[in-house]
Design a protein around this ligand. Structure first.
Ligand code: NAD
Length: 306
């Protein structure tokens, strides 16, 4: 899927997913990035993108970034569940408030908005694989904020005719995913394996997750930018899952590490099973994930930095 000749804003374009989206868009489009660099970095930013440094909640920064755009990919957020638990007010300000302000500004430009929602809106799902009709019972402030985002996307289409699509990402991984305290499990396991440290599995490791490679997430976004099926939310995963213990073993094997796999306390409220049913995205967006977990992890082991 190619998009050309458009003026496009990627909020959070200095972050993990946003920077890959920018890479896919520059060249054929005028691309802007709005980012406050709270977790994003300069080195992620493509040099052909115009960077507006600022908070997505700041109306002046938003004005500069949104002026004349016809398409927005809204990735900027506090993406950490843990941080949302530590500071729910600040997380709400960015994730719900920031999205609402952006939708209002998008109405003025009549710009299509593709927003990053999350599997966190489902909480601990009652059925796996999870369809879009699964009840939404978020288990964290982050999940509540993403549920608000998802509903605002639908509502702005229904009330104001703004073309929106919400993409409910499952567990995204790939190059440039941040390490450190708030990193995803794949980055954490890779760091531990490569440093020869113990690989720490929370609980017995039987929890299952649907890991989707960032290049497939980029494709889902590009498809959402042109679909006729707007005002809808779509699961973005692979439809396959792996247990966390199997993931730890796979990462250890692929990286040739001799790390021990050790079990630590379960995270309170940890979700047992998560796997996307992607039939709706297949049908309406023609979305088809292409990167297997082994292939995606292999790429990270060979070239962890970019
Ligand atoms: P990330 O932290 O790498 O990217 C977020 C970007 O937004 C960063 O560059 C950060 O500096 C920027 N940002 C944060 N607050 C901002 C603010 N107030 N104003 C302007 N910029 C701000 O995270 P990511 O993993 O790339 O996540 C991108 C989006 O996808 C987020 O909305 C996240 O909630 C969502 N998501 C991610 C995953 C995943 O597995 N990574 C899963 C579900 C949903």
């Amino acid at each position: 899927m190619e998009i050309a000749g458009r003026t496009v804003l990627v909020t959070g374009g200095a972050g993990f997913i946003g920077s890959h989206l920018v890479d896919a868009l520059v060249g054929e489009n005028e691309v802007r990035v709005l980012d406050d660099f709270s977790t994003g970095s300069e080195e992620n930013c493509h040099r052909d993108a115009t960077v507006v440094r600022g908070d997505v909640c700041d109306s002046r920064a938003l004005d500069r970034a949104m002026d004349g755009v016809d398409l927005v990919f809204h990735e900027a957020a506090n993406a950490s569940v843990t941080r949302s638990v530590d500071d729910p007010v600040e997380s709400h300000r960015i994730n719900s408030g920031g999205t609402l302000g952006l939708f209002e500004r998008a109405r003025e430009e009549d710009a299509r908005v593709v927003v990053a929602s999350s599997t966190a809106i489902y909480g601990d799902p009652t059925h796996v694989p999870v369809t879009e009709d699964e009840p939404t019972t978020p288990q964290s402030p982050y999940g509540v904020e993403k549920l608000a985002t998802d509903h605002y996307a639908r509502l702005y289409y229904e009330l104001y005719g703004l073309e929106t699509v919400a993409l409910r990402y499952f567990n995204v991984y790939g190059p440039r995913q941040a390490g450190g305290e708030y990193s995803g499990v794949i980055t954490a396991f890779l760091e531990q394996a490569c440093a020869g440290q113990d690989i720490t599995v929370e609980g017995d490791g039987s929890q299952i997750r649907d890991f989707v490679h960032v290049s497939d997430v980029v494709q889902a976004n590009l498809l959402a930018a042109t679909t006729d099926h707007v005002g809808e939310g779509y699961n973005v995963g692979t439809g396959r899952s792996v247990s966390i213990l199997d993931l730890a073993e796979l990462i250890r094997d692929l990286s040739g590490s001799r790390s021990e796999i050790v079990h630590i306390d379960e995270r309170p409220g940890d979700i047992r099973a998560s796997r996307a049913d992607i039939s709706k995205a297949r049908e309406h967006l023609s979305f088809e994930p292409t990167v297997s977990l082994r292939e995606g992890l292999g790429g990270l082991v060979r070239q962890p930095a970019r």
